[in-house]
Design a protein around this ligand. Structure first.
Ligand SMILES: [Zn+2]
Length: 291
């Protein structure tokens, strides 16, 4: 699954893709008429009617641009315990084999970038080696949002800890301790091709990555929206937000950017075809993700 933006090549590296959460548990506001209106495209790629479950993908994006190999969002990782998420627990997936097949061995990754530090975006940051969590990508700089590092450090040290099912200690803290992390704040120009921009609300330091190459644009939006229904209904949040209202504001901001720029949009969890575009309509927005 390879996409192109200008001279950049982007490959989706799948960890899992399947049915997970009950539709009405995630989007309790959905009316029967709304469900009927969208049923023509929901199944089979975004909804499993037999189980009444929405379908989500968990994947990374391998971005090759300007001679660099950049890995965006790092999935759940293997052998993790994920209470309430049996579909992401105790995985034994040859993720690194899939990454190698796409053209990148771990030592070849130049930059790892996380849109935010939730457990399903940091999993492969580290690996267990001789009883210690060490960077999986030994030559990479890891770009994290400072606001997320600060926030989850506090959560981790509080009575609520360990943060993010333990993944903050396993997958983020070791990167900080090995001196491999670059913490960014506000709007940040990473290089000639990538600009990082805040899109908080799902997590306090959630960011999205704007890509520009040879006059074409792309956007790696992480969890600004999880499911295409949220393009039609931008006020519908996925559960688990640091600030629900801020998440809605960020979603509209990113939708506006994507619609105005014509960017190829690469979300963190949207199902097949996994990437597409957003159009502005008289009443809101419409996804153009032709399967
Ligand atoms: Zn996520």
């Amino acid at each position: 699954m390879v996409f192109r933006v200008g001279n950049a090549t982007i490959t989706r590296i799948e960890e899992t893709y399947g049915a997970c959460y009950p539709l009405k548990k995630i989007f309790p506001d959905i009316a029967a008429a709304q469900f009927a209106e969208h049923s023509r495209w929901l199944a089979p790629h975004h909804y499993d009617p037999a189980q009444d479950l929405i379908k989500l993908s968990v994947h990374s994006w391998l971005l090759q641009v300007g001679g660099q190999k950049i890995l965006i969002d790092n999935c759940c990782g293997n052998n993790k315990v994920k209470p309430g998420r049996p579909f992401w627990s105790h995985l034994t997936i040859d993720y690194l084999g899939r990454l190698a097949a796409a053209g990148a061995r771990p030592e070849e990754i130049d930059i790892v970038m996380c849109t935010h530090l939730h457990h399903d975006h940091v999993g492969w940051n580290t690996m267990l080696k001789d009883g210690k969590w060490v960077p999986t990508f030994p030559n990479a700089r890891y770009v994290f949002s400072k606001a997320d590092v600060d926030y989850f450090s506090k959560v981790d040290a509080s009575d609520e800890g360990p943060a993010e099912l333990g993944t903050f200690r396993e997958c983020v803290v070791p990167i900080l301790e090995y001196g491999r992390a670059d913490l960014v704040e506000g709007t940040h120009r990473l290089n000639d091709f990538i600009e990082i921009e805040p899109a908080p609300g799902h997590a306090p330091g959630h960011v999205f990555f704007k890509l520009e190459s040879n006059g074409e644009r792309g956007a790696f939006i992480g969890d600004v929206w999880h499911h295409l229904l949220q393009v039609y209904y931008p006020d519908w949040n996925f559960p688990k937000n640091s600030d629900a209202e801020q998440a809605r504001v960020s979603r509209r901001k990113v939708l506006d950017y994507c619609a105005a720029s014509g960017a190829l949009v690469m979300p963190g969890h949207v199902g097949l075809p996994f990437a597409g575009r957003v159009e502005k309509t008289a009443s809101g927005y419409r996804p153009d993700f032709p399967a």
